[in-house]
Design a protein around this ligand. Structure first.
Ligand SMILES: [Zn+2]
Length: 448
């Protein structure tokens, strides 16, 4: 039995997302351990491995795992879709975010992260950049590892005066460094230097965080300019728009992933491009929160080949943890804004969800395409649903425009089979259903 431990992932279309956008018809991907060791036709690979385990079938669409470059895994998950649409940002922060975050126990943080990871995996997301957790980031890492999703975690801290739970700059940076020690680069889940952003960081904290990430060869992520308010605060304090200010501080660079950065002016866009800084775009969040995607710069960043990825944000902002939904929305809005049918296509949307997303989070050499030597992060889409009836001659176009995470049937992360027949098999979701409801009620009571 030479084929022990060999998995062949089969599909009518193996969409590799390599640099030539190769699609192998009636193809297969060979997985051994955590790695992809072959990509070719089903006939050739099956002849070599007659006894290998097979995932997928002759009608499936196989893609790389999707990259979610900005996801809150705590705070909102247990009050998923509870925060009303019709509130202002002050009510959202002080009426909801602060009391709900404060009432979280360590168990709540792990449960939240586990549920967020389960939803992500069942929609084909295999790598998530966590947006940051206040109190128990190690428990978030445990939840992600249990579910079997790849990703990064971070501990939030802030040093501005007059804000509850703040700490001196050195203390915040020391806690960040401890996180990097506990979750080093190279693991399935690794720590990134993670700040809240907006105006919750002094210049010293931002510069120190950027240096820490640069020295430790890891990432730094924080929020900026999902709406226009951040620019006003920075103009008042520094006389410069935020991203110009960060550039002048020397804090930008290829190790930095800005969450949002929707409302950048021309000078700020130049700062992003010049420093090779990455941006995570969460289009559903901007629509849900009425923040003005169509008045923003993300299509410009796309066309100017900035390092750009997609994200789903929080469960009271994007709500659905589904990158294919974000991809079709991003492309659809960008096409509408330009009123140019040649401006962007479904294939561009899938690239943002895979190859370009992986490059934006600094992991283009590891994930984002189906190529020999890369990590075995794969998605098998079932095409028996009515949205595939009849099948298109272009699998990518049909996947992006007609389907979404609902067609995900199997998911493999680093060679581990974590979703089978549409169900997450690494976590017994039914066993935590009652607990999730109970914790939701507890958190809703805690906010009064
Ligand atoms: Zn966020």
């Amino acid at each position: 039995m030479d084929d022990v431990g060999v998995i062949l992932v089969r599909g009518s279309d193996v969409v590799t997302m390599d640099s030539h956008d190769t699609v192998v018809s009636d193809g297969a991907v060979r997985v051994e351990g955590s790695l992809i060791t072959g990509v070719g036709t089903w006939a050739d690979l099956r002849a070599l491995h007659p006894d290998a385990t097979v995932i997928g079938n002759a009608d499936a669409i196989v893609t790389p795992g999707y990259i979610n470059a900005h996801q809150h895994m705590t705070g909102d998950r247990l009050v998923h879709s509870c925060i009303p649409d019709a509130i202002d940002s002050q009510e959202a922060i002080f009426g909801w975010a602060v009391p709900v975050h404060s009432a979280h126990t360590p168990d709540d943080d792990e449960l939240s992260a586990t549920l967020a990871a389960v939803e992500a995996l069942t929609n084909g997301i295999t790598c998530t950049v966590e947006a940051g957790t206040v109190a128990n980031p190690d428990r978030v890492a445990m939840g992600m590892l249990h579910a079997g999703i790849r990703g990064t975690v971070g501990r939030w801290g802030w040093d501005v005066e007059g804000v509850p739970f703040g700490a001196p700059t050195d203390e915040v940076l020391a806690l960040q460094a401890e996180m990097l020690d506990r979750h080093p680069t190279g693991g399935l889940v690794e720590a990134w230097v993670t700040l809240v952003g907006h105006d919750l960081m002094s210049d010293d904290l931002l510069v120190g965080a950027s240096e820490l990430a640069r020295n430790r060869q890891t990432g730094l992520t924080f929020h900026i300019s999902p709406h226009r308010g951040d620019a006003g605060l920075y103009l008042e304090r520094t006389g410069r728009r935020p991203v110009v200010h960060f550039h002048d501080l020397g804090a930008l660079g290829p190790h930095v992933l800005l969450a949002h950065a929707v409302h950048l002016d021309e000078q700020e866009v130049e700062c992003v491009l010049e420093t090779n800084t990455a941006v995570a775009s969460c289009p559903w969040a901007y629509l849900r929160l009425a923040q003005g995607f169509t008045a923003g710069c993300h299509p410009t960043l796309f066309h100017r080949e900035a390092r750009l990825a997609l994200g789903c944000d929080a469960e009271n902002a994007g709500d659905a943890v589904d990158i294919l939904r974000a991809a079709s929305l991003f492309v659809g809005l960008a096409r509408d804004m330009s009123m140019d049918a040649f401006s962007m296509t479904a294939h561009d949307g899938l690239a943002l969800a895979t190859r370009r997303g992986a490059e934006a989070i600094g992991k283009g050499n590891l994930i984002g395409s189906l190529e020999i030597g890369k990590q075995a992060d794969l998605v098998v889409h079932d095409t028996s649903g009515p949205q595939f009836l009849p099948r298109s001659t272009d699998a990518v176009r049909q996947l992006v425009w007609a389907s979404d995470g609902r067609s995900v049937r199997d998911v493999i992360v680093a060679g581990r089979h974590v979703v089978r027949d549409g169900q997450c098999i690494s976590v017994d979701v039914n066993s935590v259903r009652a607990e999730a409801l109970d914790r939701r009620d507890h958190l809703l009571r805690a906010r009064g």
